[in-house]
Design a binder for this molecule. Structure first.
Ligand code: SF4
Length: 379
């Protein structure tokens, strides 16, 4: 029993180490010894792989913000100082992990992880919520379309594809960056925006390369309706047999008129066709719908048309519908066009009502639904 920390609780998992010196504070580390999370006095800090820190707290509603570099440094300083205080009173496996993993890091070294991250990855602007703990492997950079008015994820970045040999090197670099931190990860996400749009034969080669390094991990990726449609059912089957488990479809809405307003190709019928192909091939799907997009002008049309498409979509137990409250970015074409058209953006309460409405309508159809808040994204 520790004298200075009588309430000390530890979890020595194969994938991570957690220390709670007292009831107000919990810190966790990956098996390289890098902080991954810190909770203190109602504030939760999560460290991203590039060493930025996302702070979350609750005060009436959920809040979150990214810390500045100096603020992140202070969090690391506090966490590692606390780990040092605990160290003299530890023994056995915990002491060994503190010596060989955790206390080998300084706040400055952790901040420098950002440089290592940037040497391995292009920026990763978004992942589906159940993929924050996957290993991202960037087959491509950017998006083949990149012209949806509301989307700024890949703006200014030209679509590029890694050659197979570049991709193999990328996989090795990703493995080195994670080190033993890989133990906390589950699944492989093929980036970026619509990597699954690549020609099926080529895609099979890339998936094979990922499976050589990560033999049993399921593979995931985004696909947009207009690119995903290009694969036949047999091609999707071959991709599923090679390890593809689930695809995330940026459906946004069932309203074709709203899709045109957003400059997004495809239609509600196209989504149905793609989902039907994927289901025939045995690939799980996650359509993503955005509530609030199109503001008050499209509110009813968007809700009704989306539900009509969902009613015809045969989703099963493996599938999840993601509903994402729309976040408007000031600098986008969408924001300019909305203002010019005199469309009012929904306020937060209206957005939540739309969320609840679609969520309960989808659930009454037996569809599994989940929230997708892009502000919570962290990799
Ligand atoms: S297709 Fe997807 S990633 Fe590409 S611009 Fe549109 S929303 Fe963004």
């Amino acid at each position: 029993m520790s004298k200075r920390f009588p309430d000390l609780i530890t979890v020595l998992d194969e994938a991570y180490t957690t220390l709670s010196p007292d009831r107000t504070c919990v810190m966790s580390f990956d098996r390289e010894g890098r902080m991954v999370g810190f909770f203190r006095d109602g504030l939760t800090y999560r460290r991203a792989l590039d060493s930025r820190v996302l702070l979350r707290w609750r005060e009436d509603r959920r809040h979150r913000r990214w810390l500045s570099g100096p603020e992140a440094f202070n969090v690391y300083r506090d966490v590692y100082a606390l780990a040092r205080e605990v160290y003299p009173e530890t023994a056995g496996e915990l002491r060994r992990r503190l010596e060989e993993e955790i206390l080998t890091w300084t706040p400055r070294m952790l901040l420098n992880e950002e440089r290592r991250f940037r040497s391995v990855y292009h920026p990763i602007p978004i992942l589906p919520p159940d993929q924050y703990r996957s290993v991202v492997l960037q087959v491509t950079e950017g998006c083949t379309w990149n012209r949806c008015t509301f989307c700024n994820f890949y703006k200014g970045r030209r679509f590029r594809m890694r050659t197979l040999s570049q991709f193999r090197k990328h996989i090795q670099a990703v493995k080195r960056l994670f080190g033993k931190g890989l133990r906390m990860r589950k699944g492989l996400f093929l980036g970026d925006g619509n990597a699954l749009a690549l020609n099926a034969d080529r895609l099979l080669e890339y998936i094979k390369a990922t499976r050589e390094s990560f033999p049993d991990e399921p593979v995931y990726g985004f696909v947009d309706v207009f690119s995903g449609e290009r694969h036949t059912v047999d091609e999707w089957k071959a991709l599923r047999e090679s390890g593809l488990h689930r695809v995330y479809i940026g459906m946004e809405t069932g309203s074709d008129e709203l899709l045109r307003f957003l400059n997004k190709p495809g239609s509600g019928d196209d989504v149905l066709g793609l989902v039907s192909d994927l289901k025939q091939a045995g690939v799980a799907v996650s359509p993503i719908v955005m509530v609030g997009i199109g503001g008050d002008a499209f509110r009813e049309q968007h809700a009704r048309a989306t539900l009509r498409v969902l009613e015809r979509m045969e989703l099963g137990a493996d599938d999840i519908l993601y509903i994402s409250p729309f976040i408007e970015f000031e600098e986008t074409e969408y924001a300019r066009q909305r203002r010019e058209a005199g469309i009012r953006a929904l306020d937060e309460a209206e957005m939540e009502r739309e969320y609840d409405r679609l969520c309960s309508a989808a659930r009454s159809l037996g569809i599994k639904t989940s929230r997708y808040d892009i502000r919570d994204f962290i990799y």
